[in-house]
Design a binder for this molecule. Structure first.
Ligand code: S3P
Length: 425
């Protein structure tokens, strides 16, 4: 159980662990590329370690020392049939992206995960991968994991995403590496595009147009990857600093890919002061320093257009909405119901426990700021982002906030508690 005590000030300079989405993709692409890849700044959180173990299970040699990895890529056709179940743990990204690769393999794989992952929807990837020619079965008519995938020769499809999801887009693109013809994925609002950027970095034949991406069967080649800090991890501290008048926080080497920076736009619209400098790019990703100064914030309305660029940050926005003036209305966020937990129900229930007025909407939630958060005992639902969002509430509360089952934070942010201690006085 994590106990977070109220603080008077937030200040300092921090770094956050490597980007989760990019770490997953780096390991997967390196595994099917020709030759050696190195990965620096890898996130050694449980989710990304699940990806490493799954790739090892497919015969890839991966050496890891802390945040540095060396991967002996097998080439597109060099993976071998796993001897045992592949275990994606808590990680939707591992299961969904890897399924795209497994769909192209001439062997059988069975991929499973923990209790939370086995409840999450998999038809969204199984359907397009079946259309491409893979045989996929699973519980509930192939809608739930464990998934049984018999891959084979695939045919390209032209696919419009029925749900806004980078994981689905990525699964289809990765399968497209193995498919004859042109794989096209179309989406209404651009979701995180790390797969596209990294495929290009690894030499993939990929073309981007407004609203669509086109991939032709292509070989990948090992590369040196540098993983930026995860803006979704930085977001907890950005939001906390933004909401505390007088706070001054610097976060170095944060990934600033425009498909991930919705949190900066939202905090600015709420009245926060956020500056960005020291910008550079590496492996096709933008990286920079973020400087946040705390202000009194105001509640705003968030709608579906921004959601793909913001989705993982909604829990922490809901947390600081309690401190903002007026009402925060978050809409177009139904995807939150099928994350590691139902994040709408979880946040509303736990915020209520701390005396915050919050209500569920059909596709989001509404929080009325009163500037007051009481201390208390809350639950994480085994969901890392719920646990960390509640920890941020604790910084502003009138008494300690105790978060039960907080060990799940290690899924994406090993060292969270230390970083929290480093910026608070
Ligand atoms: C991710 C995509 C998002 C996000 C998840 C990571 C990715 O999920 O919520 O944490 O790495 O592609 P969806 O694709 O389900 O929206």
């Amino acid at each position: 159980m994590l106990t977070v005590n109220p603080v008077d000030r937030i200040q300092g300079k921090i770094k956050v662990p490597g980007d989760k989405s990019i770490s997953h993709r780096a390991v997967m692409l390196a595994s099917i590329a020709k030759g050696k890849s190195t990965i620096e700044g890898f996130l050694p959180g449980e989710d990304c370690l699940s990806t490493v173990e799954c790739c090892r299970g497919l015969g890839v040699e991966i050496r890891r020392e802390g945040t540095s990895l060396e991967v002996d890529g097998k080439g597109l056709d060099g993976l071998r049939e796993p001897e045992n179940l592949l275990d994606a743990g808590n990680s939707g990204t591992t299961m969904r992206l890897l399924s795209g690769i497994l769909a192209g393999q001439p062997f059988l794989s069975v991929i499973t995960g923990d209790g939370s992952l086995r409840k999450r929807p998999m038809a969204r990837i199984a359907n397009p991968l079946r259309q491409m020619g893979a045989k996929i079965d699973g519980r509930a008519d192939g809608k739930l994991a464990p998934l049984i995938i018999r891959g084979g020769s695939l045919t390209a499809i032209d696919y419009t995403l029925p749900v806004p999801s980078a994981q689905v887009k990525s699964a289809v693109l990765l399968a497209g590496l193995y498919a004859s013809g042109e794989t096209i994925v179309r989406e209404e609002f651009l979701s995180r595009d790390h797969t596209e950027r990294m495929l290009q970095f690894f030499g993939g034949n990929l073309e981007r147009r407004a609203g669509s991406v086109i991939l032709r069967k292509s070989e990948l080649f090992g590369q040196p990857v540098k993983v930026p800090g995860d803006i979704s991890s930085a977001a907890f501290f950005m939001a906390a600093a933004a909401a505390m008048p007088g706070a001054h926080l610097i976060i170095e080497d944060v990934g600033l890919n425009p498909t991930r920076t919705g949190i900066i736009d939202v905090l600015r619209e709420m009245g926060a002061s956020i500056q960005i400098d020291n910008l550079y790019s590496s492996g096709g990703e933008d990286i920079g320093r973020v400087i946040i100064e705390g202000r009194k914030l105001r509640g705003i309305t968030i709608t579906k257009e921004i959601m793909p660029r913001l989705i993982d940050e909604v829990p922490v926005i809901a947390a600081i909405a309690a401190l903002a003036e007026g009402t925060m209305r978050i809409t177009g966020a139904e995807e939150l119901k099928v994350k590691e937990s139902n994040r709408i129900a979880a946040m509303v229930t736990e915020l209520n426990k701390l005396g915050i007025q919050a209500e569920e909407l059909e596709d989001g939630m509404e929080i009325t700021g009163s500037g007051k958060i009481s201390g208390g005992l809350v639950e994480s639902y085994g969901d890392h982002r719920i646990a960390m969002a509640m920890a941020i509430c604790g910084l502003f509360a009138e008494g300690p906030v105790k978060i039960q089952n907080s060990e799940c934070i290690a899924v994406s942010f090993p060292g969270f508690e230390k970083t929290l201690a480093a910026i608070t006085v």
